[in-house]
Design a protein around this ligand. Structure first.
Ligand code: FAD
Ligand code: AMP
Length: 479
């Protein structure tokens, strides 16, 4: 039996555990309930992000990048290696160690902040009560003044390609392959498909991405998407657009895939493994009792307002369960906002400035509006573009593909968006996110001193280019 809490958080992913810690820091008595068990049956905090998402994928992206550099890139620096060998078990072991280090770290943070971490399944009842079934098998009802739902998301399954945990897998399965598939198919050329495709392509798989839409990275700025397509295709990723997977069958240890193109023609491919990466859906299975009264939208998201309040007073929802991009940092900041508002502060997340990154190499990153969105808003604007090929630092690192594109309001010069494909794009776009948060103009960034030689200079030059003042390229003539 548990005493009453000021706040009960359901889910300890980046949205849940961060809200629990922040609420406890603000003096509240907090419990955070988590049902996740790792593949060896151990109860763990951290959710998708730490266990099967952001962290393990980046561990494998970094390992595979180093392998690929050792194979292909060092010669140009005058470094010759002997035979480069790959040890997949060691690579996976390194990834698993990082995951346990970080998931264990949440337990320590909970302890240090007096958050009661509970392992088991929670269900929201009416009257701000939560039914808790612990992993030990006992059941209880926990009462709370405030409840934060942070149950996250799970991969979407499609009838055309049901996962079998062996030949047809989702993103979680693709982080666990014990050998490199010779021929690897990926359904969906979105963020996760591109990241996992990059990992296995660098390790030697022949990768084919089959994407239903006829536009590559439709949510990204068009110029950046076009440049990214060129770069990834050049790396050997075979990206087929306007191609919808309609049937799969596993025969003789091979996956036979049928996909249909826009002209209604059917095509066949045979793979050793198939990864299904067609998006994620809110994880509301068994989370809500029928009489809890929480409203859902058509996509299964819990309906919330800008402050993450649901339609039930005192019940909040954050992270992948609610509208907006399914990103760890968006969920964490929603968690902080909700904890602070419960404590009586007037916190508000700025949804206009949430960076979005694809951790390929080079990375693709964006913040704010795309050119198409600015155009659709009817605002006049200026665009500044600068290529990494003109950056001394990028050339010195032999890593000079891509460009920065910055968009600013014509009237006020305020930065409206920045889109990058290039080395360290994730960290570079963050510089612009900070500037945008402070309401910076392109001229403000142009007047800022950037260290030389750094990749940041490409952002500086793009900001200068917005008003036709770039130094290291010929500026477009203004009207
Ligand atoms: P989750 O992390 O999904 O956590 C929810 C938790 O709630 C889970 O642990 C679940 O077990 C628990 N739970 C659910 N129901 C109950 C219940 N009834 N009782 C108790 N507990 C429950 N995002 C980024 O920002 N950057 C990246 O680089 C990135 N890479 C990714 C790579 C991959 C392969 C994947 C799959 C995702 C990636 N994401 C990335 C997305 C990111 O992981 C999610 O946006 C993020 O984890 C969402 O956080 P959350 O706290 O809302 O939910
Ligand atoms: P994301 O939303 O970034 O995870 O990307 C998922 C991608 O999968 C989207 O671009 C979808 O268009 C794509 N997709 C969904 N269903 C199919 C399908 N049956 N065949 C091919 N691609 C698909």
């Amino acid at each position: 039996m548990y005493n009453n809490f000021d706040v009960v958080v359901i889910g300890s992913g980046p949205a849940g555990y961060v809200s629990a810690i922040r609420a406890a820091q603000l003096g509240m008595k907090v419990a955070c309930i988590e049902k996740w068990r790792s593949s060896n049956g151990v109860s763990v905090h951290g959710g998708t992000c730490l266990n099967v998402g952001c962290i393990p994928s980046k561990a494998l992206l970094d390992s595979s990048h180093k392998y690929s550099d050792a194979l292909n890139k060092l010669d140009s620096h005058g470094i010759t290696l002997g035979a480069v060998k790959m040890d997949i078990a060691a690579m996976m072991g390194r990834k698993d160690k990082i995951v346990s280090q970080l998931t264990g770290g949440i337990g320590q943070l909970f302890k240090a902040n007096n958050v009661t971490g509970l392992y088991g399944t929670a269900k929201l009842l009416s009257n701000k009560e939560v039914e808790f079934a612990s992993h030990q098998g006992d059941e209880s009802i926990i009462k709370a003044s405030h409840i934060i739902l942070a149950a996250g998301s799970v991969p979407i399954e499609i009838p055309a390609a049901p996962t079998d945990g062996d030949f047809i897998v989702d993103s979680t399965g693709a982080l666990e392959f014990s050998s490199v598939p010779k021929r690897l198919g990926i359904v969906g050329a979105g963020v996760i498909g591109l990241e996992l495709g990059s990992v296995w392509s660098r390790l030697g798989s022949e990768v084919v991405l089959i994407e239903a839409l006829d536009e590559f990275l439709a949510v990204m700025d068009k110029d950046i998407a076009k440049e990214s397509f060129k770069i990834f295709s050049g790396q050997g990723l075979d990206i087929r657009l306007g191609a919808r997977v309609i049937e799969t069958a596993v025969k003789a240890k091979k996956v036979n895939v049928t996909y249909q193109t826009m002209d209604e023609k059917q095509h066949k491919e045979v793979f050793d493994k198939l990864i299904v990466c067609v998006g994620r859906r809110p994880f509301i299975d068994n989370l809500l009792s029928p009489d809890c009264g929480i409203s859902l939208d058509q996509r299964g998201n819990i309906v919330v307002n800008e402050q993450c309040e649901t339609n039930i007073e005192g019940v909040y929802a954050v992270g992948d369960l609610v509208r907006g991009p399914m990103l760890a940092h968006k969920g964490s900041e929603e968690g902080v906002m909700v904890a602070e508002r419960i404590a009586g502060h007037s916190a508000q997340l700025n949804y206009d400035v949430v960076p979005n990154v694809i951790y390929t190499h080079p990375e693709v990153a964006s913040v704010g509006q795309t050119e198409a969105q600015v155009k659709a808003s009817g605002r006049n604007y200026n665009v500044g573009v600068f290529p990494f090929a003109a950056s001394g630092r990028a050339l010195a690192a032999d890593d000079s593909q891509g460009m920065v594109k910055m968009i600013a309001c014509e009237k006020t010069d305020r930065i409206l968006g920045c889109h990058i494909v290039g080395p360290s794009a994730a960290d570079l776009v963050q510089q612009v996110a900070i500037a945008m948060e402070f309401g910076s103009s392109a001229e403000d960034l142009g007047m800022t001193v950037f260290g030389h030689p750094t990749l940041s200079e490409v952002v500086h030059e793009a900001a200068l280019a917005v008003n036709g003042n770039a130094i290291h390229k010929v500026n477009r003539k203004r009207k």
